[in-house]
Design a protein around this ligand. Structure first.
Ligand SMILES: Cc1cc2nc3c(=O)[nH]c(=O)nc-3n(C[C@H](O)[C@H](O)[C@H](O)COP(=O)(O)OP(=O)(O)OC[C@H]3O[C@@H](n4cnc5c(N)ncnc54)[C@H](O)[C@@H]3O)c2cc1C
Ligand SMILES: NC(=O)c1ccc[n+]([C@@H]2O[C@H](COP(=O)([O-])OP(=O)(O)OC[C@H]3O[C@@H](n4cnc5c(N)ncnc54)[C@H](OP(=O)(O)O)[C@@H]3O)[C@@H](O)[C@H]2O)c1
Length: 260
């Protein structure tokens, strides 16, 4: 048996749109490794690679959306990337299909460097919401932050994954506010929320009024996850407000997870 032989089963795929879905994956050897909300692992499959004209094993990183208490079935929130080597193949799998799941967990994109007496702003584009869903599932109502705001940006309203669950967190947890923005909603759509890009939402006065959270590096940490240009543009805006990127050597208040 090689290291890349299938060792997990796709239990179910739940579609959000034609190119966004939750994948429920059960490892043969349960429970899966312990992890912190925000960490990721790898999924892999043997796929046909047209550029080399042969089948080859491909693995890619995915953040767990499920909480660490749920290790018999992991949940991933995946975008089908047009022409993407792994995702095109993943979206062809039926329930019961076999695939490879890394046995290890990776990443430092967790709340570990964020003290519990701070406010936290989670910023996600697209499937970048997955690590925050794991965090909300694990920490909501447990005083893991003073206040938390999830700023979520998607193109269309129907791409607001996990919407009902996130709305329920916002309803039941007074320390949590959801601030979605839908950037390509048609003028005629019934969407009543924000329609601007994230940097525009980060006006300190308006943001504090809407969420009760100060965009102030002495009280607030910001986590950013998703599209690299969104990360860069939001980081620039945060820099203007005095926020500093976090690293182990030089602690700061901005923590990032770049998906590509
Ligand atoms: C730490 C980490 C966690 C990740 N977690 C998730 C996750 O939870 N859900 C998820 O859907 N993806 C996640 N990704 C992205 C994922 O690893 C793959 O890159 C993605 O699924 C595309 O793989 P592919 O083989 O289909 O495309 P490839 O054939 O590898 O790439 C095609 C090209 O598409 C671009 N691309 C990659 N991802 C995207 C995207 N989402 N949207 C638009 N363009 C893209 C890149 O420029 C890439 O070169 C994560 C990446 C990292 C590094
Ligand atoms: N969404 C779709 O309809 C759709 C369908 C099929 C395939 N795809 C493809 O799938 C890929 C991923 O699409 P996606 O919608 O998940 O991710 P995306 O293109 O990264 O967009 C997600 C959100 O991030 C915002 N954003 C992008 N760049 C930004 C920046 N520099 N600063 C601030 N906000 C920024 C987008 O706003 P803007 O709208 O202003 O860019 C959008 O609200 C894309 O390559 C896309 O072509 C998309």
């Amino acid at each position: 048996m090689s290291e890349q032989d299938p060792n997990a089963t796709l239990v179910e795929r739940r579609d959000v749109t034609e190119s966004l879905a939750y994948f429920l994956v059960a490892p043969d050897k349960a429970p899966f490794a312990s992890f912190e909300p925000g960490q990721f692992t790898n999924l892999g499959l043997e796929v046909f690679d047209r550029t080399v004209g042969e089948r080859r094993f491909v693995r890619r990183a995915y953040s767990m959306g499920s909480p660490p208490t749920q290790r018999a079935r992991l949940e991933f929130y995946v975008r089908r990337v047009q022409g993407g080597l792994l995702t095109e193949a993943l979206f062809e799998l039926r329930s019961g299909a076999r695939l490879w799941l890394d046995a290890a967990v990776y990443g430092r994109f967790t709340l570990e460097p964020v003290p519990a007496d701070r406010d936290v702003v989670f910023v996600a584009s697209g499937t970048g919401v997955a690590p925050y869903v794991s965090m909300l599932r694990a920490y909501s109502g447990r005083r893991r932050w003073r206040r938390a705001v999830l700023v979520e940006t998607v193109r269309e309203e129907r791409e607001l994954g996990y919407r009902a669950e996130i709305e329920a967190f916002a309803t039941h947890d007074p320390s949590f506010v959801w601030l979605p923005t839908v950037t390509r909603a048609p003028e005629t759509s019934p969407w009543r929320g924000a329609r601007v890009r994230v940097p525009t939402l980060l006006d300190p006065e308006a943001f504090a009024r809407r969420t009760g959270v100060a965009l102030d590096p002495s009280t607030t940490h910001v986590l950013l996850c998703g599209n690299p240009t969104m990360l860069a543009d939001v980081s620039t805006r945060l820099g203007e407000l005095g926020f500093v990127p976090h690293s182990r050597r030089a602690p700061g208040q901005v923590h990032t997870e770049r998906y590509w």
